[in-house]
Design a protein around this ligand. Structure first.
Ligand code: TRH
Length: 371
């Protein structure tokens, strides 16, 4: 095992995806088998604390789950750079820190956003020439062998399977998110569990109506503040429950225990893929509808049938009428069983590839040997 150490810089632009990805990557690099020293620089500790309750939003420096966390303010502490400095999503480490990287000959990695587009393969791992002489490279997560892969901790799917095999743990989790016992009983009797983690403009009302049209009841779990227009409470056989944010491991388990996961952005998409359950993805919106190109590229790589792909397109372009029609169909057999099979099979296929943390540490070790 080569000795590597990592600085990871994270600027929270919006929402929770930037810190969500950086926190998972940091934890994985710091954990066995690598146990690399990892220091994570974050500008917004309040957002961080929403997804990791052990984080103290007031602490300038702290260690959580084996990762040293530094509050990245306008006057950051003058620490010596690690062997590898990862800037997540082109967030620009401080100039004086970059100056110190030259002295240390640190390797500089720009970790990019996830995309399933074809061009990603040709840009992954490309060097970026620096006037300072520093070695810098682009690193792209992705869905194919020729990219950096997806974040996936060792043994994740086996852990998921063990967890799913123990119904008591699901019940414990549902209590943790404050679901009343009456609703837990409804789930035991066969109602569907749906997780709704979407942007405010998702056609959530169409989801509700499609669920109401089924023979089976449903419980929809909505993290605090998500889809505010969707009325909480009982709607016929469908109950909408607002839950508090929980930590990432708990969030993963909610995805594992739900029958349908509506997710968004980057990190919750990947985690919903690992759950291997039917999912509806709302992509992070970009100017000029650029995100729809990314969505179609992802759908083209998926194992979902044409109707499910159409459903995802209509969920993203906000076409509530199409959504209702396609979703009410998708929730019934044989479409539902086909959707379940495609999700499980795609998870298994993707899990056969090298994961992002592993690809990244291997890439860095190779670069260090060359220097
Ligand atoms: O919050 P997001 O919309 O973040 C977005 C996207 O990543 C987008 O691509 C990016 O460009 C933009 O931020 C700046 O969705 P995402 O990526 O799913 O991140 C949510 C994180 O929050 C994820 O790590 C899971 C975590 N989470 C919890 O840990 N607990 C919870 O209870 C919930 C609801 C989420």
């Amino acid at each position: 095992m080569s000795s590597l150490s990592f600085d990871i810089f994270c600027r929270v632009v919006d929402n929770f995806g930037d810190i969500g990805v950086c926190w998972r990557l940091s934890r994985q690099l710091a954990a066995p088998p690598g146990r690399y020293p990892v220091r994570l620089w974050v500008d917004d500790l309040r957002s961080f604390a929403r997804i990791e309750p052990e984080v103290d939003p007031k602490a300038e420096q702290q260690t959580v789950k084996g990762v040293d966390i530094v509050h990245w303010t306008d006057q950051p502490p003058a620490l010596a750079p690690m062997d590898v400095v990862i800037e997540a999503f082109a967030c620009d480490p401080p100039a004086d820190f970059v100056g110190r990287m030259i002295g240390q000959n640190s390797l500089w990695i720009n970790l990019e956003y996830l995309s399933a587009e074809k061009w990603v393969e040709s840009c992954h791992a490309l060097p970026s020439v620096q006037a300072s002489g520093l070695r810098k490279a682009f690193f792209f997560p992705g869905f194919t062998e020729r990219t950096g892969g997806l974040l996936r901790e060792p043994g994740l799917l086996a852990q998921r399977d063990r967890w799913q095999a123990d119904p008591a743990r699901r019940e414990e989790l549902l209590r943790l998110v404050g679901l009343p016992q009456a609703q837990i009983d409804v789930l035991h009797q066969g109602a569907r569990q749906v997780l709704l983690f979407s942007y405010p403009d998702a056609p959530a009302q169409a989801l509700l109506e499609a669920l109401q049209m089924q023979n089976q009841g449903a419980v929809v779990l909505v993290p605090s503040g998500v889809c505010p227009a969707l009325e909480r409470g009982q709607h016929g056989a469908v109950h909408v429950h607002e839950m508090p944010f929980i930590d990432q491991d708990g969030f993963d388990r909610l995805l594992w225990s739900s029958d349908l996961n509506c997710v968004r952005g980057e990190d919750s998409l990947v985690r919903a893929l690992w759950a291997g359950k039917p999912l509806i993805w709302q992509i992070y919106p970009q100017d000029g509808n650029a995100h729809m190109i990314k969505l179609e590229a992802w759908l083209a790589r998926s194992q979902f049938g044409p109707e499910i792909r159409r459903l995802m397109t209509s969920w993203n372009n906000g076409n509530a009428e199409d959504c209702l029609r396609l979703l009410s169909q998708a929730l019934q057999p044989p479409d539902w069983t086909g959707w379940q099979a495609a999700a499980a099979s795609w998870a298994a296929e993707l899990a056969g590839r090298k994961d992002l943390a592993h690809s990244l540490s291997d890439f860095c070790a190779r670069q260090q040997r060359k220097s």
